[in-house]
Design a protein around this ligand. Structure first.
Ligand code: 9WN
Length: 448
């Protein structure tokens, strides 16, 4: 165990701790982000199980009445100019389902059930460990706390998954529709280039970006042209009253996001285990298993034999999105039948086998893709948190050698680059925000 790295990671979480929730990053992201929070809870579990549970409780306190977990729960105490778009720009008051607290009007990948199941395992392991130093303290009590939290959170997570399986998939296809690149969590990935290019920006109210002031070079962030489109999509969603049926009928950007859908498969698998643990009704368990199986088959069907990757589907264009990004490994996350092809592609010179990589960790966009940019956000840099997701998926598939190699490379990366938001894949230069909460959190989990 690298005690120095452990203490440094723990200090990042403590520094970003806002009480019952954690800032995604100290300055750039001073609010609670949805999928960040779930990864962060996995990290907190190794320091304090009660604190990990509080993280998820706080996030779900901002859940919408239709089940949606919004991508940002705003800190009302933070200055309005601390992050843009602010709550006023979202204007979620137009939506009947919006809660009283300030949130955004869109969502992010549903990693929450995965986090809950993972932190239950952490608590169980600590409780069964032979006598000796116990980082979590009161290990048996922690298991009871987890069980109580599972009972409390289970209906909320179920409502969240139901929202995704119905409102975001009215066709029952097994694939989730997203309305905004921010919903994917991989904002300016080339996955969205063609769809965004078709978005015609209308009478967009003026705005001032805040994000570029927090990074060393604005070129590490999405471009102004991308931001105009992001904000125009927000404008259209607000005008549609955040009503899924209106959005599905009129919105210019609708994508079946293959990674989001695969995460939902893994999350339904985890939710099924939680349901069994707390003795939820058999009918619920059958519904959850149905969502999981339908999603897994649908992700498999997105596999493209030419690229050897799973591809998103652009609903408006009616075509698959042909680019080489880390999202293409969705089939490993969902645990489908394309495992050997995807593992071969992951190891190939287009991904981990590229000899120019400083560490064999997945770049967000393959260096072999024409849109690859090594310093720009989701267009090339590696994101440790996605390495964690793949590592966990490989472990669940029983691919222990590949998982161990990815963990070792990831730990070398964070030991050198620190807890950066993302990292230049060839030089190892830390980019984006320093002290990013989820990078520290997954480091704790790798070390534990
Ligand atoms: C928009 C907080 C979030 C992550 C996303 C990442 C980035 C926000 C932004 O930061 O997105 O949601 O302002 O760029 O792309 O995955 O959740 O860390």
């Amino acid at each position: 165990m690298d005690e120095r790295l452990w203490s440094a990671a723990a200090a990042v979480l403590a520094g970003n701790d806002a009480g019952g929730w954690t800032r995604a990053a100290p300055h750039l992201y001073p609010h609670q982000w949805s999928w960040d929070s779930a990864f962060v809870a996995v990290g907190w579990a190794h320091l304090s199980v009660p604190r990990a549970l509080t993280e998820l409780r706080s996030l779900f306190a901002g859940q919408w009445a239709n089940g949606m977990v919004s991508h940002i729960v705003y800190d009302p105490a933070a200055a309005a100019e601390s992050y843009f778009p602010d709550p006023a720009r979202w204007g979620t008051g137009v939506a009947a389902a919006a809660p009283d607290r300030p949130t955004s009007g869109i969502c992010q990948p549903p990693v929450h059930a995965l986090a809950l199941a993972h932190l239950a395992e952490v608590a169980d392991r600590a409780a069964t460990r032979p006598a000796g130093p116990d980082r979590t303290g009161g290990a048996r009590d922690d298991v009871d706390r987890v069980d109580a939290a599972l009972v409390e959170l289970y209906p909320k997570v179920l409502a969240w998954h139901r929202y995704l399986a119905t409102e975001r998939d009215p066709q029952g296809s097994g694939l989730v529709s997203i309305y905004h690149p921010w919903e994917s969590g991989t904002d300016n990935s080339p996955r969205f280039d063609a769809a965004l290019a078709r978005v015609e920006v209308g009478d967009l109210p003026p705005y001032r970006r805040r994000d570029t002031g927090h990074v060393a070079d604005p070129a590490q962030r999405p471009s102004d042209a991308e931001y105009d489109r992001y904000l125009w999509l927000v404008e259209l969603l607000r005008r549609a009253g955040y009503a899924d049926d209106r959005i599905a009928a009129t919105h210019p950007l609708v994508l079946k996001d293959v990674l989001f859908s695969a995460i939902l498969v893994a999350a339904n698998d985890a939710l099924g285990r939680i349901a069994a643990r707390i003795g939820a009704p058999a009918a619920d368990r059958a519904v959850i298993a149905g969502w999981r199986d339908r999603g897994r088959a649908a992700v498999d069907a997105c596999y493209d034999p030419r690229l050897r990757l799973c591809l998103d589907r652009d609903v408006r264009a009616g075509t698959p999105v042909r680019c080489r990004t880390v999202a293409g490994f969705a089939g490993l996350v969902a645990g489908g039948e394309r495992r050997s092809e995807l593992l071969a592609e992951l190891a190939s010179a287009r991904f981990l086998g590229d000899a120019r990589l400083r560490w064999p960790v997945p770049p967000s966009t393959s260096p072999a893709d024409p849109a690859f940019r090594p310093r720009t956000y989701w267009r090339g840099p590696s994101w440790p948190v996605l390495g964690w997701l793949l590592w966990r998926s490989l472990g669940s598939l029983g691919e222990h050698t590949a998982a161990a190699a990815l963990r070792a490379a990831s730990l070398e990366q964070v030991s050198t680059a620190g807890f950066a938001e993302y990292v230049e894949p060839f030089t190892g230069e830390p980019l984006g925000s320093p002290d990013q909460s989820w990078t520290a959190a997954v480091t704790l989990d790798w070390l534990a």
